[in-house]
Structures are given as structure tokens and as C-alpha cells.
Design a protein around this ligand. Structure first.
Ligand code: AHR
Length: 551
């Protein structure tokens, strides 16, 4: 039996096979990881580690934007602690202004002197979560944070801007003008002059543009073939001002392959039109922890961010883990029309979505606490993207601050990082590295759901190399079993190793303003045998990064 085959057959047979392979693997380990250096997958785009900021609840106002006159430390009105934290994780790209908000937003409202900008009803004003609010910027957008402020936030954070254009309620000409405002040379047009008056003489050179958002839903309730007509209109002859524009089409909700097939057929079928700047196909997938004991009440059906049992925990991971089949499904469908795979997958909204109740302030619509469970869901999603580095060109965690699956929580002058931030910090080492095939074999997790047996994988992760460094990130989802693991690297010898582990005895653990360091990673070294052999114990319910120096 070949080594790869052995690992692929899984743990059930591997225990028996282990006897005949004892010269390769130690019998004391119950799990194995094999990294195959001669099987590169592709370069991991740094943009896989991107973020999403919508004009929704506390994301922009109370999150990013505190205002120039604020006593909260800021740079031109932008929360400084946030910017500094984003620089630490090498935030590559930030998507804005929505989300559903994008298709109700007139970008021109966010230009000109701030005290003269119009107030508008926010898209989310009618949301069930907003019913308790009596007023405020969450209901009536004051447009203090417009394109110039957003691009400034990106520049301060070291990230590229990714702007979602309004396709539902503005015209293709409005889109052309937004591109002109952002990218036309200094002094060239009236909109370039407006940009200069707003604070930037030099063009922003915005490259990434989303053409609508969720056009199958809040972005217009289009049929895929009709959305394709709009996409053709919006992407034809957009002035590029010397910027290599990259357009992202509004793709499917989770595993809706029908939307993908019908759109691609319309674009690349008999009346083929492939805009040069068409670069991405967006997909959204939210993991909902559907309450057992179902109800038709959508919000009540979502599980709770903090109150959950073991089964809820595994079920949520199951939902998040659907990302792998979603990526594979859409990639396969796209390849039937775009055989060269010029268009990449852009998973620009993902993460767990719970019912309201755990937000740090009532104005933070869709805000939720972030526990160790969410860190594990986020880590296994990032590992999935790494394993499909040749397919996923960009991704954005929804959303950056004070919202779903956030990396940060803030209110007034209080600001903390969540366990998701720790995951992004640990995984930043994968950015721009070469993804390498790795095989994982571990005992399957078994549990019971509604009296029926259910299972989840025992150990999974991703590997990449950067020069002589190997980065291996691993999730152990088991709530109480540590995994004694033997790690083998084929094609090189491990010389030394270091570990960073994020875990907690309590899967509900989370950081609060009063206790900001409840969940934080610990660093250690990894013992390496003279022959380069490595054993590592992955604690229960943990996320680990191992860094190995190779020779
Ligand atoms: O992230 C919250 C919302 O979820 C976004 O506005 C929308 O695109 C999605 O449905």
C-alpha cells in the first residue's frame, strides 16, 4: 500500500495497517499528518485573509469611525487601535460598503464637506433587529464615512480597497462615475477635483469592484440570466485609467449551483462575452446553528452565540465545513464554461450567524459574541481556502467589527480582539506562501444528534512553505480528546519547530471588555528527533500553528 493511500483510507483501517508500517509511524500516536512537499497546490493569495465592513449596526459607526473630534485615539476620525491591529495581521483587502447596504447606497452622498452630506434611511432600518432603536446613525445614515474615508482606512491598515457597486438602484453610468471619482488622474475631471477637495488629489487606483451584492436576494431579486444582462452592461467599456480593474460578479448563496450554471451559460454560452476585467465569482456561506426543535421564526431558529451544548457545537462546525463542497461544487460548474479558469472564486462573506442577544450594545445590529467555537469554525474555513489556493482568489470574513464573526468588538473607547483575531494572526504566516498537499488521519469524532449517530472528522488543516519554513495549521475539533500525532514531511527533514496553540478548557470562552485576555494563544517549542521525527499533541477543541525549519 502506498503511503498516500494508507492515510486516505482513514483511521478505521489505519490501526491495522499501522502494524505493517511501524517502521514509518510510531504506534504510540493515534493520529498522523503527512506533508507532501512535492505536491504543491498553488500560491496562497494574501487576499484570502480579507475582511468585510458594511454600513450596518456598529461596524462603521462605533467600530471603524469615531470622528475627528473624538477623545478616542484616532487618525482622521478612524479608530487607531483598529488600524494598528489590522497592520499586525497584514490585512490584505477590505470589502465595503456592503452587503445589502451596497445596493441602496449612492456613493455621491459620501462626498463633499461632512457637515453638508445628506442623511438617508439605512438599508437595515426595517430589519427585525432594528425595531428597538429609536433613531441614530444606524437608522439614518449620515454619510460621514464615504469613499475617501474608506480608502484612507484601507491605506492606514495596509489593505487594498474592494468596493461593491450598487447595481439594484443606480445606473451603469453612476458606476462609471464612481470609478472616475476613485481613479481618474489628478486635475483631469470634475470628479477628480471633487476627490481632491475631499482630501485626496492623487487617484485611489481602486482595482477590485463588486458588481452588485447578492443579486439573487437583497441586491435586486434577479433571475440569473437577467443579472447576467446587467453584469454585461455594467462591465462594458468601463474607463480603466491605467488600473488593472478586477470585477467580481455576484455569485451564489452557498451551494446554489443553479445560479452559477445559468449565469455562466448566459455569459459564456453561444452569445459569449468575457469582459477583460472579469476576475471573480462571489459566493457567500453563513453557518447557521439551527436550533433543534424547529420553528418557522427565522431569527429564533438560529442558535445562540453563547448558550450552546456539545451537539450544537459539532453541528455548527458541520455547517461551516460545508465550505469545502461549496468551493468544489462552484469550481466544477464554472469550469464547464470557463475552461481556463480565468475567473476565481471570491468567498466575500462567510462565518457563523447567530440570533441577536449577545451583542455588546443594542445599536450593534447583527452583533454577536465570538467564542472559541467560532475561532475553530474560522480556522477550519481558512484551512479550506488554503487547501484550494488555486481556486479561491479572495475571501472576506463577515464582518470586521461589532457584527457577525468579528475579529474586534468596540464600544466608545473600549476595544478588544476576539478569538477570531487570534486565528487570523496565527494564519497570517500562510499569506503568499506555496500551499502544499497534506494528509490527515485521526479517529473520527462520534456524537449523537436527535438520537441518531453523527460524525465529524478528527483532525484537519493546511500546509504551506515559505522558503525553508513549513507552516502547518491544524484544528482538533474533539471536545475532550487530545490527539497524539506523528508528523512526517516527505521531501525534506525537519530541523526545528515552534508551536502556537489557541484553546481553552471551555469552548464557550470569549473575551470581554472587562476580561480581554481570556482566549489568547500560547507559544512553545516542538521537540524534533535526531532523524527529524516529530510528535505533537493537539489539545481538545484547539487551533494550532506549527512552524518548522526544513533542510
Ligand atoms: O453580513 C450581513 C448580510 O448578509 C449582508 O449584508 C448580506 O450580503 C448577507 O445576506
Amino acid at each position: 500500500m502506498q503511503r498516500r493511500q494508507f492515510l486516505k483510507t482513514g483511521f478505521a483501517v489505519s490501526a491495522a495497517a499501522l502494524v505493517s508500517h511501524s517502521h514509518l509511524f510510531s504506534a504510540s500516536a493515534d493520529s498522523h499528518i503527512e506533508v507532501l512537499l512535492d505536491e504543491p497546490i498553488g500560491t496562497i493569495s494574501p487576499n484570502i485573509y480579507g475582511h468585510f465592513a458594511e454600513h450596518l449596526g456598529g461596524v462603521i459607526y462605533d467600530g471603524i469611525w469615531v470622528g475627528e473630534g473624538s477623545s478616542i485615539p484616532n487618525t482622521n476620525g478612524i479608530r487607531r487601535a483598529l488600524v494598528e491591529a489590522l497592520r499586525r495581521i497584514h490585512a490584505p483587502v477590505i470589502r465595503w460598503p456592503g452587503g445589502c447596504f451596497a445596493d441602496s447606497y449612492d456613493w455621491i452622498d459620501g462626498t463633499g464637506p461632512r457637515n453638508q452630506r445628506p442623511r438617508r434611511t439605512n438599508f437595515w432600518a426595517d430589519a427585525r433587529e432594528a425595531k428597538q432603536l429609536k433613531g441614530g446613525v444606524q437608522l439614518y445614515e449620515n454619510n460621514a464615512f464615504g469613499t475617501t474615508e474608506f480608502v484612507r482606512f484601507c491605506r492606514l491598515s495596509g489593505a487594498e480597497p474592494y468596493i461593491a457597486a450598487n447595481l439594484r438602484s443606480l445606473s451603469a453610468l453612476d458606476f462609471d462615475h464612481w470609478v472616475e471619482y476613485c481613479n481618474s488622474p489628478a486635475g483631469s475631471t470634475t470628479l477628480a477635483d471633487q476627490r481632491a477637495r475631499d482630501g485626496s488629489r492623487d487617484p485611489f487606483n481602486v482595482r477590485y469592484w463588486g458588481i452588485g451584492n447578492e443579486s439573487w436576494g437583497c441586491g435586486g431579486n434577479f433571475l440569473p440570466q437577467d443579472y447576467a444582462v446587467e453584469f454585461r452592461r455594467f462591465t462594458t467599456w468601463v474607463p480603466n485609467y491605467g488600473v488593472e480593474l478586477a470585477f467580481v460578479a455576484s455569485g451564489s448563496n452557498a451551494d446554489d449551483l443553479d445560479w452559477t450554471h445559468r449565469f455562466f451559460e448566459q455569459m459564456l454560452g453561444s452569445r459569449r462575452y468575457f469582459p477583460n476585467a472579469w476576475w471573480g465569482w462571489s459566493v457567500h456561506h453563513y453557518a447557521e446553528n439551527l436550533a433543534r426543535g424547529r420553528t418557522n421564526d427565522w431569527s429564533a431558529r438560529k442558535g445562540d452565540a453563547l448558550q450552546f451544548d456539545d451537539v450544537d457545537y459539532y453541528e455548527l462546525l458541520h455547517e461551516a465545513d460545508r465550505m469545502e463542497s461549496i468551493v468544489l461544487g462552484h469550481w466544477g460548474a464554472m469550469g464547464q464554461y470557463d475552461r481556463q479558469h480565468r475567473v476565481k472564486l471570491v468567498v466575500d462573506e462567510y462565518g457563523p450567524w447567530y440570533k441577536p442577544g449577545s451583542e455588546v450594545d443594542p445599536t450593534h445590529l447583527l452583533g454577536q459574541q465570538i467564542t472559541m467555537r467560532d475561532a475553530i469554525a474560522t480556522a477550519l474555513t481558512l484551512d479550506t481556502f488554503n487547501r484550494h489556493a488555486e481556486k479561491v482568489g479572495m475571501a472576506a470574513c463577515a464582518q470586521l467589527i461589532n457584527c457577525l464573526n468579528s475579529l474586534f468588538l468596540a464600544h466608545g473607547d473600549r476595544f478588544i480582539v476576539t478569538p477570531n483575531y487570534q486565528v487570523f494572526e496565527m494564519y497570517a504566516a500562510h499569506q503568499a506562501a506555496q500551499a502544499i498537499r497534506a494528509e490527515f488521519a485521526a479517529p473520527t469524532v462520534s456524537y449523537e444528534r436527535d438520537g441518531k449517530p453523527a460524525q465529524f472528522w478528527g483532525l484537519k488543516g493546511s500546509a504551506s512553505v515559505h522558503g525553508k519554513d513549513l507552516i502547518l495549521t491544524v484544528v482538533n475539533p474533539h471536545l475532550n480528546a487530545a490527539r497524539e500525532t506523528e508528523i512526517a514531511v516527505r521531501g525534506a527533514t525537519i530541523r526545528s519547530g515552534a508551536s502556537t496553540v489557541l484553546g481553552s478548557k471551555d469552548i464557550h470562552a470569549h473575551n470581554t471588555f472587562d476580561q480581554p485576555d481570556v482566549v489568547k494563544p500560547t507559544n512553545g517549542s516542538v521537540a524534533v528527533g535526531q532523524d527529524g521525527s516529530v510528535h505533537f499533541t493537539f489539545p481538545p477543541a484547539s487551533v494550532t500553528r506549527l512552524t518548522f525549519a526544513l533542510s
